[in-house]
Design a protein around this ligand. Structure first.
Ligand code: TPP
Ligand code: MG
Length: 601
């Protein structure tokens, strides 16, 4: 399929050989499609979708049979998941690395209900996922008593329509083929996002009355131009040339190394200061002299840079209006927005954020615009060679916190390439240096806690054989809500290291209770009630072991962390999954606390 997103060009749709050897069916006999669901399976293969993450259910038993017994469980291969939320999160994580959609299959209305939060996360993260669902027979005469009735809904897609790009319920095999072609094309086209296709059980299981014509999937999934017109690029370049203190807000971008290099060239040509966002994947080298800081909301340095700016170039910043509200640039400053995001804003979800005042709007994919800008600007004011990787600096922080995890982890991994597939809420960009677009993949997107484990498993699958060590640093709340994704990683031999920042609490909300107590002049010391997961403390290492991972911990001080990490990394290098329970103290950094309380005030 032609790519519609720069990252797509890099993806090999080839499944991993070790994973491919798992769950081989016996005697795969059928060589001609005989049923409606065979057509669906054929279409997934024609689109070269390598995996379908599944949590099974009778509503799609026809499709299940087609993938196993007709396709031989190859292209796509099933990834069995213990929860639908994990199935969709795994597909989301795959997309975060590759820029392309794989499929997930969920059972009727109930499976879709389990999947919804993960679909919302993928939507807010603008990541493509093709979610296939199913319904009991639409024709009431064909329904089995009770079960087919409770698992049939008039408009199942309504459950997810507010946070998918498109949904459909095709009524024939030909229509199902078209729906999967259209859905996959839409999901992969910028701005990307999940789609939902609901397959009628009756349609799946019915015998084909006549064969469908041959399919050339590429002709139904054309490349979409996402570049800006030359005129708009000229206008943007002219504005930028006039700037004395330009700032780049480096937002949603692909994992392409070429696009990364172009971004660096643009910043250098403009001598522009660059702000990134930990909500999304790495987009600029954090050891570059022009780098200011990353934001959950906005760090103090980033806010200062923004206030001093005379031109702000937003490269699809997630919340441009919010940033300009928190740190208004000087009067008369010009705002340039490069984004296609407006194309999918809808009436249900407000994840589109506030409406920013803009002086020049460039309706295009920033990854396509930046190289054009660099060319038009033709060199620039500054040429800086990136300095060597900064050594961990400053004195040892007190206690045992997420910062210790970062410091020890950085020492243990040394110079080997690492991908941080997920980070806990309380994490600061200065703790880790990003030098490559795959060094960090960003957050869950929608603030749906529990996404971290599944996203990390999908990302780790996409990173298999890349030479990169995937590391998921998850809060204990996040890990526990999505914990069964560990089994899928262990079962399909997906190497991955989980480091759990276990403060035995939904600590984020302790901070909120503290704030409310202060506002109301009530006892702050009760903030832990209804938040702490203690008495008994949950044995997180055992939850890893229970699912086939190496479980280590609890690790209660920084000195024990390095040997634990070394042992865990050896297990991951040998192809396994490891989970380390690190018992950090409850508490957030001052910057994080300030950002949260500011956002709430
Ligand atoms: C599905 C869901 N439930 C609840 C919340 C509210 N919430 C936001 S952060 C948070 C705490 C997460 O705990 P953990 O992952 O352990 O991180 P910590 O704050 O302790 O560092 C909660 C419960 C949410 N965002 N999503
Ligand atoms: Mg916690």
């Amino acid at each position: 399929m032609p790519p519609s997103h720069p990252a797509a060009a890099r993806q090999s749709a080839k499944p991993d050989a070790a994973t491919a050897a798992i769950e081989r069916p016996n005697v795969v006999g059928a060589n001609a499609p005989g049923f409606g669901s065979d057509v669906v399976a054929d279409t997934l293969r024609a689109l070269q979708i390598p995996y379908i993450a599944v949590t099974p259910g009778a509503s799609y038993r026809g499709l299940h049979d087609s993938i196993v017994n007709y396709l031989g469980n190859t292209m796509p291969q099933m990834l069995l998941c213990v929860h639908e939320e994990a199935a969709v999160a795994i597909a989301h994580g795959w997309a975060k690395v590759t820029g392309r959609a794989i499929a997930a299959a969920v059972h009727s209305n109930v499976g879709l209900q389990h999947a919804t939060m993960a679909m919302f996360n993928a939507w807010c993260d603008r990541m493509p996922v093709v979610v296939l669902g199913a319904t009991g027979p639409v024709d009431a005469m064909k329904r089995r008593p009770w079960i087919d009735w409770i698992h049939t809904a008039r408009d199942q897609g309504a459950l997810v329509r507010g946070y998918t790009k498109w949904d459909d319920q095709p009524a024939s095999p030909g229509a199902a083929r078209e729906a999967i072609l259209r859905g996959t094309w839409l999901a992969n086209t910028a701005p990307q996002g999940p789609v939902y296709i609901n397959l009628d059980a009756e349609m799946q299981e019915a015998k084909l009355t006549e064969p469908l014509p041959p399919l050339d999937a590429a002709r139904y999934t054309p490349a979409v131009t996402t570049a800006a017109s030359a005129d708009l690029v000229q206008q943007a370049a002219a504005l930028l040339k006039s700037a004395k203190q330009p700032v780049i807000l480096s937002g949603r971008m692909s994992r392409s190394e070429r696009a990364w290099n172009a971004r660096v060239a643009l910043a250098e040509a403009l001598d522009a200061r660059v702000i990134t966002d930990l909500k999304i994947g790495a987009s600029f080298p954090t050891d570059h002299p022009l780098y200011v800081g990353a934001a959950h909301a906005l760090t103090p340095d980033s806010a200062d840079a923004l206030r001093a700016a005379d031109i702000v170039l937003s490269l699809d910043w997630v919340d441009l209006a919010g940033a300009l509200k928190l740190a208004p640039p000087s009067p008369g400053a010009k705002i340039i927005q490069v984004s296609l995001d407006y194309r999918i804003h809808n009436g249900w979800s407000m994840d589109y954020q506030g409406l920013p005042a803009i002086d020049l709007f460039v309706s295009a994919d920033p990854d396509a615009v930046v190289p054009d800008l660099v060319q038009v600007l033709d060199g620039g004011r500054l040429r800086v060679a990136p300095p060597p990787r900064a050594a961990a600096s400053g004195s040892e922080p007190p206690g045992f916190t997420n910062e210790h995890i970062a410091r020890v982890l950085e020492k243990v991994v040394g110079e080997r390439p690492v991908t941080l597939t997920h980070l806990p809420i309380s994490w600061e960009d200065r703790w880790w240096t990003f030098r490559h677009p795959l060094d960090f993949l960003g957050s869950d997107g929608g603030g749906g806690v529990g996404g971290g484990p599944g996203i990390s498993v999908g990302a780790a699958l996409a990173l298999k054989n890349s030479g990169r060590l995937p590391i998921a640093v998850c809060g204990d709340g996040d890990f526990l809500m999505g914990v069964t994704a560990v089994w899928t990683a262990a079962h399909y031999k997906i190497p991955l290291l989980f480091v759990i920042a276990n403060n035995r609490s939904f600590y984020n909300d302790e901070l909120h209770q503290e704030r409310v107590a202060r506002m109301r002049d009530r006892p702050v010391e009760n903030k832990w009630i209804g938040q702490r997961m203690a008495d008994p403390e949950i044995d997180i290492a055992a939850m890893g072991r229970a699912q086939g991972a190496l479980g280590i911990g609890p690790i209660k001080n920084a000195a024990d962390l390095a040997p634990a990490l070394e042992k865990a990394i050896a297990a991951v290098d040998a192809g396994g999954v490891a989970v380390i329970d690190v018992r950090v103290e409850p508490g957030y950094t001052a910057t994080m606390t300030a950002a949260m309380t500011r956002a709430k005030s």
